[in-house]
Design a protein around this ligand. Sequence first.
Ligand code: FAD
Length: 617
Amino acid sequence: MSALFVVAASAFAVSSTTAFTPGSFITSTASSKLASSVTTDTSTISSTRARLGSSLHMSSGGDSDTVECLVIGGGISGSTLAHNLNRNGVDVVLAEARDYLGGNVKSHNDDGFIWEEGPNSFATQPSIVRIANELGIDDQFVFADESLPPWVNHNGMLHPLPKGQGGKGPKGQLELVFGPNGVLNFAFKGQLLSWPGKIRAGIGAFLGHLPAPEGKEETIREWVTRTLGEEVFLRCIDPFVSGVYAGNPETLSMKAALSKIARIEDYAYSIDWNKFGAIFYGGLKRQVELTKERKADPPEPQWVDFEYGNPGSFRNGLSTLPNAIAKELGDKVRLEWKVTKVDKDSDGIYNVSFDTPDGQKTIRTRTLVCTAPAHALKDVFTPVLPESSVLLDKVRKEIDRIGVYYPPVCAVTVAYPKSSFKDVELPNAFGNLQNLPGFGSLNPRTEGVRTLGTLWSSSLFPGRCPPDYNLLLNYIGGSRDVGLADLSDEEIVAEVDKGCRQVLLKPDAPEPKVIGLKLWPTAIPQYELGHLEIIDQLVKAEKNTPGLWICGNYRSGVAFPDCVTFGYDHAKVVKQFLDGSKAPPAAAAAAAPPAVVVDEPTGTSTGNPAPVAATVE
Ligand SMILES: Cc1cc2nc3c(=O)[nH]c(=O)nc-3n(C[C@H](O)[C@H](O)[C@H](O)COP(=O)(O)OP(=O)(O)OC[C@H]3O[C@@H](n4cnc5c(N)ncnc54)[C@H](O)[C@@H]3O)c2cc1C
């Protein structure tokens, strides 16, 4: 979860001792082309639609009573998709069950505090900078100080993970390796890993490791232990996985959950002389490739300056983005519309039924993209795509799981006076802990702290709390602590407070000022063993229902930027489909893209980004 995404990415960069930085995985030729193809003026159409009321729409394609695209689910995936479709001149409606857009993105601003109930930040990617520019909210961006490290709590001390100083290009890479908080310092002076642990990691990184077992899907724990050793797993990757997925590395699939990192091993073996797959060289090769990709597809001149992967948000929180989309789309957004059933006419039009505050409503649509969570889809698509039940009923005995699993996570924001933080000097000249010079702190499961990770919110972004306070966003719960959901709010706060005292506070620190508490009973989809098979089955079945895509963060990646990138990429797929199906039959056959084509064993598909965690490319 949380900004710990970024922490996590850095953590892995460390553990694999490669010089790759957390950054964009977007190879966004698709996105840039999409945006540049956005030319249609929809103002006339939309004003006509505005007069037509809630369930009757005139399609710009000519079918009366029928919209061109209906997007279900107004989280970041669905709302960014609807924005892109709208910009592309597609007659779109966005239907959302809750009374706001954003899904689990929810920011608050009250009494001098700004806080988040869901994600804390994003690892900045071109897709986010682009959409903010299009919506005119890029003047509200806030980016963290790039030198602020994530810290790992181990043995009663905080240990910084390597981080560059914010230098760009080769300078940044050199800083990441040789800088005051660089990889070399971490390897030779850092105390997070023991010497045997460092030597084991060094062997895996620079000399090689055992090959992957044939015919077996590895868990994250198995993969990391094989390549870099048990200690790197326990002290770097275990908290990383808590940070990204609130997950269990013994059930999460390496290839599904961290596919871009797993791919580093393929890069490593693709180097002729690197017979034993030492992953440092694979990371280096990928980094070179990535640099070329970014040069070939540079940011557009009108965008604000940004650094790939740098933690970012908006001045008033992440909700700024969905709020701006809500404003832009106006009456194309239907709030408190909960989809209940989808069926299809003989002419290929989808009829989608909703429970709404005004009773049951139906929308007819030529294409339909669902971005609601898998757990919300029971029976909804049965009439048109019975195979979609695989998301809910696929049994995986090996990990004792049925369907895609979403564990509970609680986000608890608390504030303490600065003076109540431990008065200790931190390593690598970061200064006093009271100033919280970092991104946040992660708690490996071996450390006996129930909180998974604590974001140092007031250090990350300016103006989040009064100057004499530090603001902390704690994430607690996850796959390995599902009992958390049974606690009362008071009990959860007590656990969070206990964790803060174990890691950050003086023994006599006052009670916390509780700013916000939000329990997400079904927070983040887990990409566990067998997940890719589930997605593969879904994708194959989808091919028989042209114009219908069942998507979401269980398919295209859980990180906020993954969702925004999905919004660009999938708008292109829908637009091509619509254009193709408007053309005469022969041309249509040539123009229409396949609904979705899986082209890589990792689940990467045309128009549907691979399931991948967070920010590592
Ligand atoms: C606690 C937490 C912390 C996180 N921290 C970070 C972070 O710091 N950085 C980061 O990059 N990512 C983070 N993430 C992940 C990221 O926020 C999510 O993956 C992303 O917001 C998901 O967006 P989405 O649109 O795919 O799904 P959702 O946000 O789940 O949106 C789906 C929408 O579908 C709607 N819906 C459900 N059922 C129906 C129905 N029947 N009809 C109509 N609509 C329906 C829902 O109401 C919801 O609005 C975090 C997630 C959580 C939960």
